[in-house]
Design a protein around this ligand. Structure first.
Ligand code: PXG
Length: 305
């Protein structure tokens, strides 16, 4: 490794040396600033995506960009860059930070306005791209499985704030996460206002029962997870029947296997729900098959830097 490369490695480990994409240019992290009048800060008015980079390949970038566009459309936000410019900006940010594996946070805020809810005074949405090393979940989660609980906080009602919009307003999920962590758990099941399982605070949920894979319908109040879709595709390839339907807490308690999916989490086996052990109380064999198939896909199915 030459001196320049060593400096690059040292620098990319330190957030002070990160390059951030902010409105059409790369800036040093200390210069990456947004206004206190940005409605993203004042009201959580904006949208985002969390994306993974695996071995120099951005996993499912196109799908993330499409979901971002749909979130934008839903909140009537015009992203001031088209898809190909965004694609290029994401790649550029990863390259500028010398990343091969990492986590990309792409945000679009409503931009600067005044101290009122109206979007009419917000003329310049802000595009921010942060690409950093990934903080992986502890390996213990995958080896031993995770214990979770159902929390009292219900998932947002779709008629109030559709959970399909990946907005900057995550308070609903954060309140649920606080409840879980207060009781010593790291993830939690959130029910919808009818009492059916919607999703977890930052992950989709799947269960296996008698050879069939079940997951809540999106209309139950879940995010249309990119990893969720990858798992549905894997189930298809493995000839495992899938049912998207209403799931109760009881269904989760008596499942043979249960797992969570998400960009950061990938596929995490669940071994206990609400103090009931799932299956044998150890990560399931079918879950392991899904994780293996997922790992095979990650460096193939995306955009090369
Ligand atoms: N449901 C919710 C509420 C999420 O936030 C998922 C499901 C899984 O979707 P994907 O497309 O990632 O398979 C998410 C995504 C974080 C973090 O910092 C969480 C997510 C994404 C990015 C960052 O905890 N969850």
């Amino acid at each position: 490794m030459c001196a320049r490369q060593i400096i690059n490695v040292l620098q990319s480990n330190d957030i002070n040396y990160m390059k951030i994409f902010l409105n059409n240019q790369l800036v040093n992290s200390e210069d990456a600033k947004v206004s206190v009048f940005d409605h993203g800060l004042l009201y959580g008015d904006g949208i985002f995506e969390g994306i993974r980079l695996y071995d120099g390949c951005i996993f499912k970038l196109e799908e993330h960009l499409i979901r971002l566009e749909q979130s934008a459309k839903a909140i009537m936000l015009e992203i001031p860059m088209d898809r190909s410019a965004l694609r290029e900006a994401v790649c550029k940010t990863c390259r500028a930070n010398n990343l091969k594996d990492g986590y990309i946070r792409l945000l679009v805020t409503r931009g600067v306005g005044n101290l009122g809810l109206s979007i009419k005074n917000c003329h310049q949405p802000q595009i921010i791209i942060i690409a950093d090393k990934i903080q992986l979940y502890p390996s213990e989660y995958y080896e031993k499985g995770l214990k979770i609980i159902t929390v009292p906080t219900r998932r947002n009602n779709s008629a109030a704030l559709p959970p399909t919009i990946k907005s900057l307003n995550y308070l609903n999920n954060i309140l649920a996460k606080i409840e879980a962590q207060n009781l010593g758990y790291q993830e939690a099941i959130m029910l919808n206002d009818q009492g059916f399982v919607a999703e977890c605070t930052g992950d989709n949920i799947f269960l296996l029962k008698e050879g069939t894979l079940y997951t809540p319908r999106i209309a139950a109040g879940s995010l249309k997870g990119i990893t969720r879709q990858v798992v549905l595709d894997i189930a298809d390839a493995l000839n495992i029947p899938v049912q998207e339907e209403d799931i109760t807490r009881y269904d989760t308690w008596v499942a043979d296997e249960l797992f969570l999916t998400g960009t950061a989490a990938e596929i995490v086996p669940i071994v206990e729900v609400d103090a009931r052990s799932i299956g044998e109380g150890t990560p399931g064999t079918v879950t392991a098959q899904f994780l293996k198939a997922f790992k095979k896909k990650v460096s193939k199915d995306g955009v090369m830097l």
